[in-house]
Design a protein around this ligand. Sequence first.
Ligand SMILES: Nc1ncnc2c1ncn2[C@@H]1O[C@H](COP(=O)(O)OP(=O)(O)O)[C@@H](O)[C@H]1O
Ligand SMILES: [Mg+2]
Length: 245
Amino acid sequence: MNANSFILRVQGLAKTFRMFHLEATLHAFEDVSFDLSAGEFLLLRGHNGAGKSTLLRTIWRSYLPVAGQVLYQSRHGEIDLANAADVDIALLRREEIGFVTQFLNARPRVAAQDIVAEPLLLAGHERTAALEQARHWLDQFGVRRELWRAYPSTFSGGEQQKVNLARALILPQRLLLLDEPTASLDAGARAALVSRLAELKAQGVAMIGVFHHPGDVAQLIDREINLGTRVVAPAQHEEPQYVAV
Ligand SMILES: Nc1ncnc2c1ncn2[C@@H]1O[C@H](COP(=O)(O)OP(=O)(O)O)[C@@H](O)[C@H]1O
Ligand SMILES: [Mg+2]
């Protein structure tokens, strides 16, 4: 295969957690390998605790793996996310790789439209145009107009999720990691999300997603990976648990 035909190549990836109180090692996932090309959508399946969120967080580099590589073809060249410097990871998170969950990091006294517009402003867009786009996406995800200038820290859980999605998906990135972003959303917002994901996929955004109801995204799925049963083994050695970024 041509080295540049994938945007992400995960090879032999494994993550364990030391459970000191049990003197045991929990294998969250082992020997995961796959390639992902631009515009491809990979569905992650598996029972509760199968390691789906941990795999996404390891690719996002909140966790360091104990084995394997996460080769990513960035605009600046190939980089192993498992070994990259924190400063490079921070830059990729701003410019190329997105992580979408159901949770909004609502800061006090920042209006919904400003939270949503922020990724555009950081990318150098002009303020009036960025706010206009922010209001467009708030509207698409079903956030009422009266709330656009209000502070999301007081919003309902569902309203916060919608603000979160508008912000996470306003700026097309090259790789999107989605961890159950539709959990407890109403039907209108779920439909808006699927239509935005379809649009991003058509623009070449690669995606890895976990969905509580995969039927919602059936039309987007190119491939599936099923994470198997985990193993708890006696402790053998120490390994890094977290990194700071
Ligand atoms: N930070 C952590 N420390 C210890 N164990 C963890 C940590 N995060 C996840 N786990 C364990 O790893 C396993 C996989 O969790 P997770 O990836 O959240 O599963 P899923 O998303 O598939 O439901 C679970 O048994 C969970 O308890
Ligand atoms: Mg999970």
